[in-house]
Structures are given as C-alpha cells and as structure tokens.
Design a protein around this ligand. Structure first.
Ligand SMILES: [Zn+2]
Ligand SMILES: [Zn+2]
Length: 217
C-alpha cells in the first residue's frame, strides 16, 4: 500500500514558507508520496528532484473560473488561463486534471462549472475546507460522474502535512495511467485542519507581495 497526499504547497507558493527540504524529509520519514502543487508555478519541481523526493510534479492553476490542479505537468500554465484551455493544456502535456476543493466558493472552487466533467480526479477531501459539506458535495459529484476520488491536505505549513492522504495499492508514481488505475482502489484518510491553519497563509502572502513590489522598484 502507498499513501499519497495529492495537494501540497511549498515556499514557491505566494502564501507559503515551507522549505522543500523539510517536506521531502517528512515525506520520507512517514513513507509518503506527495504532489507538489504550488500556486501558478512549477519552480519547486527542480528542487524536489535535486532532493530525490518521491513526488508527483504538479501545479495549482488559478484559472478564470477557479482552481485547477494539473498533475504530471512539465510546463507551467499561467494564472487566469481560461478553465477549458487549462484542462486541455494539462492533458496536452500528458497530465491529469485534478479538481481541488470544488465546492468551496471562498477558496476559488470550480463548483458546477460545465468543464468540471472533463476532470480526471476529484478531490473528495480537502483538509482546508472549513465546512464538511464542501467535501461531501465533491464526493457526490465524483460518484455521480464516475470519477476517481482522492484526498489532499492542501498544507501550507509542515505540521499540516502527514495526516491527510489517499491510500492506494502500490503503483509506478511516474505513470499517470498507473495512478488512475490505483485510484480505483483508493481509501481516503482525512483530518480537517483547524480554522487557524488558514491564518498564516494570508500574512505570508501579504509580506511576500510587499517584498515582490519592493524588488520591482
Ligand atoms: Zn486552491
Ligand atoms: Zn492549494
């Protein structure tokens, strides 16, 4: 059996400070695999590769109609790309479209957007959803549309990583096809993050934006 967290942020995200090294070490210690899904960038992939981490290279794209994660992407897709085009670009790279926190409107869920039917995997559990009903709705959507389900911690801090994962039979993590097959026999293990987990992200984003602006001047 393998445990996979499909939704993890590192310092390459605007709202996160976690060093890739710390994530890689914790993952190795727990025997976990994770997807690197930083906001609108794939810059973390190179560092995780250098660390020899067992990870799935991804990106969380803030599309015009909400957040869409591409798993197995090798070229970054810019923020605000239309949702349908984003999904086509992910598939064009041989990747998988993973829809995070679909029904969490406060965090850019794609909700019932018609293109959601094109997704390959539905995040049926996101540890950052403040209301359990958001996850229940995502699960219902997956069941109704016959989509495999997975779990993501959406962790923006190291302490959040490790308690939410998807248990799947062993598979070759380099292969999107194998992953889909493995998800057919998945079990979701999720622990909802406390409300304060969402606080530090806002503060980090504020200061990172300030630093970014200062650099531009
Ligand atoms: Zn998101
Ligand atoms: Zn996220």
């Amino acid at each position: 059996m393998m445990r996979v967290d499909f939704h993890v942020h590192s310092k390459y995200s605007i709202d996160t400070l976690t060093e890739p090294k710390a994530i890689a070490e914790k993952a190795a210690r727990l025997g976990m695999v994770f997807a690197c899904t930083d906001h609108d960038t794939i810059d973390g992939h190179a560092e995780f590769r250098k660390l020899k981490a067992r990870f799935i290279p991804g990106e969380e794209v803030g599309t015009d109609a909400g957040d869409v994660i591409g798993l197995y992407v090798s070229e970054s897709i810019p923020r605000k790309t239309p949702i349908g085009e984003t999904m086509d670009l992910i598939h064009g790279q041989g990747g998988l479209v993973y829809l995070p926190h679909m029904f969490d409107r406060s965090r850019h869920g794609t909700g019932g957007h018609p293109d959601a039917a094109k997704a390959d995997v539905i995040e049926a559990f996101n540890a950052h959803c403040l209301q359990a009903s958001f996850n229940e709705k995502a699960k219902e959507f997956a069941e109704k549309n016959n989509k495999p389900m997975a779990a993501g911690s959406d962790s923006h801090a190291l302490w959040e990583f490790g308690t939410t994962y998807t248990e799947v039979p062993d598979f070759d993590i380099e292969s999107p096809k194998e992953l889909l097959k493995a998800l057919g026999k998945s079990r979701i293990v999720g622990v909802r993050a406390p409300f304060y987990a969402r606080g530090p992200g806002f503060v980090t984003k504020f200061f990172k934006k300030l630093a970014h602006r200062a650099k531009k001047k």
